[in-house]
Each structure stands twice: as structure tokens, then as C-alpha cells.
Design a protein around this ligand. Sequence first.
Ligand code: KG4
Ligand code: ZN
Length: 334
Amino acid sequence: MYVLGIETSCDETGVAIYHSEHGLSSHKLYSQVDMHSDYGGVVPELASRDHIRKLVPLIKQCLAESQLTSSAINGIAYTAGPGLMGALLVGAATARSLAWSWQVPALAVHHMEGHLLAPMLEENPPQFPFIALLISGGHTLLVQVEGIGHYQLLGESLDDAAGEAFDKTAKLLGLGYPGGPKLSALAEQGIAKIKFPRPMTDRPGLDFSFSGLKTFTMNIFNASEKTEQNKADIAASFQEAVADTLSIKCKRALQQTGLKRLVVAGGVSANKQIRASLAQMVDKENAQLYFPRLEFCTDNGAMIAYAGCQRLMAGQQQGLEIYARPRWPISELS
Ligand code: KG4
Ligand code: ZN
């Protein structure tokens, strides 16, 4: 079964074609980063308009690269949420319309389920059950995964998501948008010598809180001399605090559940230090760590095509409605 995947939930237009037995046959991504960087963040209306411009050409490119015509496509999966309403509607309306004209099913996919399943596209995919740490611009979730659609939320951020904390801290340091990769590049020039807190690690539970780290950074930054080295040291110390905090909570989740597999996905999982810190922890726990390849950590169409394909093969069906849900708790999935 060939499934076309469409991702337009935020500032990336992602398209891919996945085959249930032969795997990924093509994927294309257009990032709007350059356009939004003039404004210091994502401008929703501009995002929607750009998705309209890019989506159909990317679909045509994917079909051409896979050497397929539309008649080979057996289903279309699209990100229906969570995300920006206008941006979601572009993907949803396009997917639903193509599905209607090609006479194939269309399926609404949860963006975070896409991230969660992204490591399944790799050569050595994790077996169920596992713990998933999903760290993106909008979410920080610890989930116990028994199988596709069987997700038990163990913990989440009570305020800023991990990516949001990176983005806001980067802005504060004058690094611009997108903040995560910029802050992490600066951190490589610095030494993590400032003692940042590890929020909510001194009490039981698996929830996170990252907004305090941003305030802590602001206070340190305001009190320090504004040299490049000081900025790099602050970035390194902030990054180490996030990496440590995530590791402590993941270790706790592994120990509490007795599971030995940890999957880490979402845009922030592209961060080298977070990867290294989790790898070290997992090693000590005699567990295994799974990541998507770097280009599938951030938003992409391949993860949506994969998730949709699994659900279509399991017999899931949907009506003709155009489904878009900006807020959609992962715990409501089944
Ligand atoms: O998954 P994603 O592409 O979009 C959402 O679903 O939100 O994640 C985007 C987030 C942004 O906050 C971005 O700053 C962060 O991932 N990010 C990073 C890195 N690359 C992307 N954060 C830290 N280090 C990185 N290398
Ligand atoms: Zn995402």
C-alpha cells in the first residue's frame, strides 16, 4: 500500500510517499524559516499562504521521484493537529480533496504520534513497548507506548515546552529565530560553568517545567558583562540544565515502568548534547536508545505517511470531513 503523507502544522511543508512493505519511496521538505526569521517567529497567516504555494508542487515532486502516478496512491495521511489552524487547514483541505478525486481514503494524523513513530523509519526500529520522550516546539511529553494508538501519558510540561524554552532563551540572548539550533551552536563555544537549576527533579513525578530556566537565564544575562564568551557560557549552562533534567526524568520513567527502551523524537531531539546525555544515562540503565535520523527529528511528511499507513492498514476509516484540530491531547488517541 502506498500512502501519501502531508505535514503543514507549522512552518514546514512536508510531503512523503511511504510503502507498507518497501518503506519510504520519496520525501520532500520546504522550510519557511527564512521568511519568518524577518519577524523573529512564526507568523501564522504567512505560514498558511506559503503552505498553499508549496504543497502541490511538493506532492508532484514526490510522485515523480517515486516514479508513480496518482493512481498508485492507496491512501492519504495528513496532519490534523495539534498546530496552527490556518496551516493545518491547508494540508487537511488539500489531502481531503485529492483523496476525493483519487477515490482513496484520507486519514487525519496526530502530529505528535507522527513524531513518536518517526524512529520506525530507521533501519533498527524499536520494538513495543517503550517509553517515548517527545520534545518539540509546542510539547514535552513522556509517554508509555504499548503499541500504535496505545499511549499512556506519564508526564508533560506544566508550562513552556522544551523547544519553546530554547527559542525564548535564544531570543533573550539576541540569537533570533529559530532559536534552538542557534542556541545549541553557540553553546558549543561555551563552558557550562554556571549552576542552573534542574527544575522539578527534586520531587517525585514525571512532569516538567522549563519556564523558570528562561527567567534564570534572563537574571544571569542581565547581571553579566555582554561578551560573546559570557553569552556562550550561559547558552552552554542552559543547554546542560535542559539535557540533565530530561535525562533525570527519562531515567525515572524507565525505572518506574521497568521498560528498557527509550525513544526520543521531536525537533529538540536533534540537539547533540541532549542526545549524548540521554545515551549516557540509557547505557547505565542497560537500556536502549532510539532516535530518528536528524532530518526526521524536526517536522516532516515521512512520519505522517508512516503513521497514516499503519492506521490505514489496521482498518481505520474516516468520513469525508476536513478534520483540523489545533489543540488535540495525545491521550485522546486510540
Ligand atoms: O518538532 P518541531 O520541528 O516542530 C514542532 O512540532 O514544534 O520542533 C521545533 C523545535 C523548535 O523549538 C526548535 O528550536 C527546536 O525544535 N530545535 C532544537 C534544535 N533543533 C530544533 N532545539 C535544540 N537544539 C536543536 N539542535
Ligand atoms: Zn513537530
